[in-house]
Every structure is written in C-alpha cells, then in structure tokens.
Design a protein around this ligand. Structure first.
Ligand code: HMG
Ligand code: MG
Length: 299
C-alpha cells in the first residue's frame, strides 16, 4: 500500500553541494545573492557553504564571508558542512546555528573525501558534537554512497544502516542518505530505505539523490511511496562531489517541486520564484539550467 506523505521538507543544497564542484571562481556576492533569493522562495532549510579545508575545496573557502553577507530570514535554517573541530570553530565564529557532519558507507570514498576511515570519522565528530551541544547548534548527519561507491561498487545496505544509526546515536537530529554518484534505481532505493528505517525513524531520514543517470525522480517517488518526507535537492540541478569522479548534479529542486505539486504534497515553496533563482545562478555560471523545468522556462 502506498503511504505518500502530505508534506515534504525540502533541504536546498545548491549553494553548497552545487557550487562546491564548480572550477571557475564564483564571487562571494553571487553566492550571497543566490542564497538570499532562495530565502525568498519559502524554503526552510538552505545549506549555505562548508567549513572544510580550503585546500580540499577551494570554491567554498569564502564560507565566513558568505555567512556574513546573507540575510538570515526568520524561521529559515542555513546549515554548513563541518568535517572537524577546526571547521566547527570557524562556523561558530560567524554564528552558524546548524551544521552537518558527513561520512560514508564506503571506506575508500571516505578516505578520498575526508581522509579518514568510517570509524575515525565518527570519532572525529564527537568533539564537534560536544561543541555543538554547548552552543545549541543543531547537527544533521550525511551518509554518502548509500546506493553505490565510485571506488568499491556495491555497498551493503547493512553498512548504510549501521552508519546511519551511529550518526543518530551521536546526536544528529536527522540523517541524509546520499546517492553520491547517482547509481541507484527505484527498487534498490526502496530496499535500502526499508533497511535503514529499521535503525533510524523514517521521519528523520532525508533522501539526497544525485541525478547522474536520470533516476533521481523515480527513486524519490519510490521512497515517497514508503512515506519518506525529507528531500535534499539543488536549484537548477547544480551539484556534484569533487571526490566522486563523474558525480553530476543533485536532483533539481524545480523538478522535485513540480512532481510534488502534481501529487498534492505540500512543501511551502514558491516554484515561480525558485525558477527565477535557478535562472539567476545559471546565468551567473554561464550555462542553461540543468532542471527540466528551467529549460522550458515556465510551469
Ligand atoms: P587532512 O588533510 O587530513 O586534514 O584533511 P589535517 O587535519 O591534516 O589538516 C591539513 C590542513 O588543512 C592544515 O593546514 C589544517 O589547518 C587545514 P596546513 O597546516 O597544511 O596549512 N584544515 C582546515 N582548514 C580550514 N578549515 C578546516 C580545516 N581542517 C583542516 N575545517 C579534512 C581532512 C576533513 C579537513 C579534508 O579532507 C576536508 O576538508 N575534506 C572535505 C571534502 C569535502 O568537502 N567534500 C565534499 C563534501 S561531501 C559531499 O559532497 C557529499 C554529500 O553531498 C552527500 C552525498 O552526495 O553523498 C554531503
Ligand atoms: Mg551530494
């Protein structure tokens, strides 16, 4: 029996997951304007940047300036990725109120992405969690490679479930499941979600699907059918991971919203305004929007 939710929370990741993968320099002012435009769309969660090593992800080395520049709208959360205590200290200095820690269900990917094994990464997060708890900062957790790894291929669903549970036990209020390289298909997504939901309540699980092989909307539909209610997506389909070769954009927020509207699932997001934000950033990057809706330019 289908168990579609009546509401879905969208976590907009374009300004972080999207832009982190761009090679050409993007001005801080452009990032700030993108985030301010996203704030005006009714989105409640907008990932703004990462406090990671500037040597690893130079594009986001202006995280402090981005946070100083954006207008934080009331009721909107602007999480940043934080990999270690150094990142947490930087985030606290600019008043970040929500962060995300990130690890993977694949050892090789984790080494390449954050230079740590899975268990080392969880140990590394403990002092970050302690600081966050002292400062009243909410923490989201990410598990990458939940439907496959660019280095190891198949990833066991039991490993995904274990890592997700560890993040929850660490104190994350929500765990986002990343199909980092967009290899999943709908039935595989359901099997993975069903297994993880035995460890982490379904209403605390986000779906973070990259659309590399055009499967993301179908995968989301399959998970919505099971009652999933949190979706990560990127305006204009921006995205990728610099440490996952060939990983293209996240599923486009515009296309997700169009599908959800057609299913009478509420999000509180204004699709027209979002299309405008998508046009803005695509023009700034000198390319056509990767969203299907952005390409036809209207609803
Ligand atoms: P490391 O080289 O092992 O770190 O990197 P280290 O502690 O040895 O430090 C090396 C240098 O980096 C030192 O500087 C540190 O000060 C500096 P040096 O002494 O050489 O001048 N450093 C920092 N500087 C600023 N901020 C920091 C910081 N930490 C160290 N926070 C580290 C380990 C975790 C830092 C590195 O691997 C890193 O930053 N990785 C981030 C990679 C990343 O951002 N990947 C993309 C995000 S994940 C993703 O996209 C997937 C997701 O979307 C979900 C999905 O799709 O699956 C979330
Ligand atoms: Mg991602």
């Amino acid at each position: 029996m289908a168990n579609f939710p009546s509401k879905v929370k969208i976590v907009e990741v374009g300004a972080r997951d999207g832009l982190q993968n761009e090679h050409a320099r993007i001005w801080t002012a452009t990032k700030v304007e993108l985030i301010d435009r996203l704030s005006a769309c009714g989105l409640k969660v907008i990932e703004a940047s990462s406090f990671v090593s500037p040597k690893w992800v130079p594009q986001l080395s202006d995280a402090e300036d981005v946070y100083a520049g954006i207008k934080r709208a009331p009721g909107v959360s602007y999480p940043a990725l934080v990999p270690n205590i150094q990142g947490m200290q930087r985030a606290l200095k600019v008043g970040v109120e929500e962060i995300a820690v990130f690890t993977a269900a694949s050892e090789t990917f984790n080494q390449r992405n954050i230079n740590a094994s899975i268990s080392e990464s969880i140990e590394r997060f403990q002092p970050v969690m302690d600081l966050a708890s002292e400062a009243g900062v909410r923490v989201r957790g990410y598990v990458s490679c939940v439907l496959g790894c660019p280095y190891e291929g198949k990833v066991p669903v039991d490993t995904v479930a274990t890592v997700a549970r560890e993040l929850l036990q660490l104190g994350c209020y929500e765990v986002s499941l990343g199909d980092t390289i967009g290899v999943g298909t709908p039935r595989a997504a359901q099997i993975m979600l069903e297994r993880v939901a035995r460890e982490v309540p379904l209403d605390q699980l986000g779906l973070h699907f990259h659309d590399t092989r055009g499967q993301a909307l179908a995968n989301l539909y399959a998970c919505l059918e099971m009652g999933a209610q949190i979706i990560d997506s990127a305006v204009a389909g921006l995205g990728g991971c610099p440490y996952a070769n060939g990983a293209t954009g996240n599923v486009a927020t515009e296309d997700v919203l169009y599908m959800l509207q057609g299913m009478d699932i509420e999000t509180g997001v204004d699709l027209e305004r979002l299309l405008e934000a998508g046009r803005f950033i695509s023009a700034a990057l000198n390319r056509a929007p990767a969203s299907k809706l952005g390409r036809i330019g209207k609803l």
